[in-house]
Design a protein around this ligand. Structure first.
Ligand code: ZN
Length: 158
């Protein structure tokens, strides 16, 4: 393993152990002019489950939290995702979603720019070698899409 891969591994383990933005969006509900959207996500292949809460005014993700249980990759990915999109405009979170998907499933030779914008999310690059794990890493992002779409359909990686 290279030093970079070691570092990536460390970030993933750290976020698994101490997930950021973990828990419900508590009682006081959305801030003025917004609403809290939520969606459930399930990755049947691995057994990962999560519920995502998003406080949005329709333009910006003002707050985001998640709860659930799953493997280290799924938990670390949800943790890093919430950090990456919190406070960001919806359009930008959509861009990150596409870039992240590209990182994990796209052609590495044409990836270039999207990868550079992903910041810490790039720690999941190694996951692309393990197709089963790709679903663990993308679950949180699929669930975010489901939440923003209204959350009526639970997200599943199948
Ligand atoms: Zn998993």
């Amino acid at each position: 393993m290279s030093e970079l891969q070691d570092l990536y591994q460390e970030v993933i383990l750290d976020h698994n152990k101490k997930p950021r933005n973990f828990g419900r969006l508590e009682g006081n509900g959305p801030r003025e002019g917004g609403r809290v959207l939520h969606a459930d996500g399930h990755n049947p292949l691995c057994g990962d489950r999560l519920t995502l809460y998003v406080d949005t005014d329709g333009e910006t993700i003002r707050d985001i939290r998640f709860e659930g249980s799953g493997c280290a990759i799924s938990k670390a990915s949800a943790s890093l995702m919430t950090e990456a999109v919190k406070g960001k405009p919806l359009a930008e979170s959509e861009k990150l979603y596409r870039g992240f998907h590209e990182l994990l499933t796209g052609d590495p030779s044409v990836r270039g720019k999207a990868g550079a914008e992903l910041g810490k999310l790039a720690v999941f690059e190694g996951v692309r070698e393990f197709p089963v794990r790709v679903k663990c890493a993308t679950l949180a992002w699929h669930t975010l899409q489901a939440a923003l779409a209204g959350g009526e359909e639970p997200a599943t990686t199948e």
